[in-house]
Design a protein around this ligand. Sequence first.
Ligand code: ADP
Ligand code: X2W
Length: 295
Amino acid sequence: MPRFDPALTADVLMEALPYIQRLFDKTVVIKFGGNAMVDDELKDAFARNIVLLKQVGVNPVIVHGGGPQINEVLQKLGKQGEFIEGMRVTDRETMDVVQMVLGGLVNKDIVALINRHGGRAVGLTGRDAGLVRARKLKVTRKNPEFDEPEIIDLGHVGEVASIDAGILRTLDASDVIPVIAPIGVGEDGEAYNINADVVASKVAQVLEAEKLLLLTNIAGVLDQQGKLLTGLTAGDVEALIEDGTIYGGMLPKINFALDAVRGGVKTVQIIDGRVPHAVLLELLTDQGVGTLIRG
Ligand SMILES: Nc1ncnc2c1ncn2[C@@H]1O[C@H](COP(=O)(O)OP(=O)(O)O)[C@@H](O)[C@H]1O
Ligand SMILES: CC(=O)N[C@@H](CCC(=O)OP(=O)(O)O)C(=O)O
């Protein structure tokens, strides 16, 4: 006995055909957020989705986060993670932890899962082959007590100076799936901690990606009442930041989603990574969910 009605199964498979045709040979950059990867079954489904995409001729490029995983190790060391405007304050010791957790544990975990399901993934940080060149991020914040904006020192936090996509193109030509940890390299070879949404946005722009998917731990961008906002323009985003509806970790995500649209990425979406097979549902079926950023 088949598990499902055969006609329904055939319908579901056929639904994917136009999507596969549209995405064939195209690059899709997928940011896998640390909050979306706390569940083993979700991670497994994510890895299988990536292998399937590659198998049908799409070029997935993964950029991962790992904020909660960094926090866990910091706590074991008796350190408390501190964030300002969605960015981690990163002293020397924290930078070492960031490299160990993102470049080590988290990166290799995703690589191993993809490979276990028959893909060929290679893990990289932005320090490998000079992939992500970085410089120190300068952050200023309005302070009502002073006329001048206050300058905040986040330590070893970087912004992307440039991306050298050469290594990504080489990997793609050998059918390898790149899995990138968001660590950048400075002029003197030093490491910088970069928000993963920022790296995903810049990688998508350089690769002229068809799509950028930002998987997170929430349905998408929500309004004050908690309702999902399915489409946002730059003007909407500005208003939502101004009135405090968008804050914390959603700030860099939305700002760099907009940056990607402006930089030529055709479609940018923030989607719910807690939904099993979120990538597959978004890319190859009619069941797209989340927030589309229009620019
Ligand atoms: N308007 C908003 N809509 C949805 N989430 C928001 C909003 N403003 C702030 N957030 C916060 O941003 C979080 C997502 O950012 P973050 O925790 O950094 O996720 P990730 O690890 O996936 O990058 C949400 O869980 C939520 O707490
Ligand atoms: C500067 C900065 O904040 N870097 C992030 C890098 C990881 C990340 O972005 O992880 P998520 O996508 O899971 O939030 C951090 O240290 O947490």
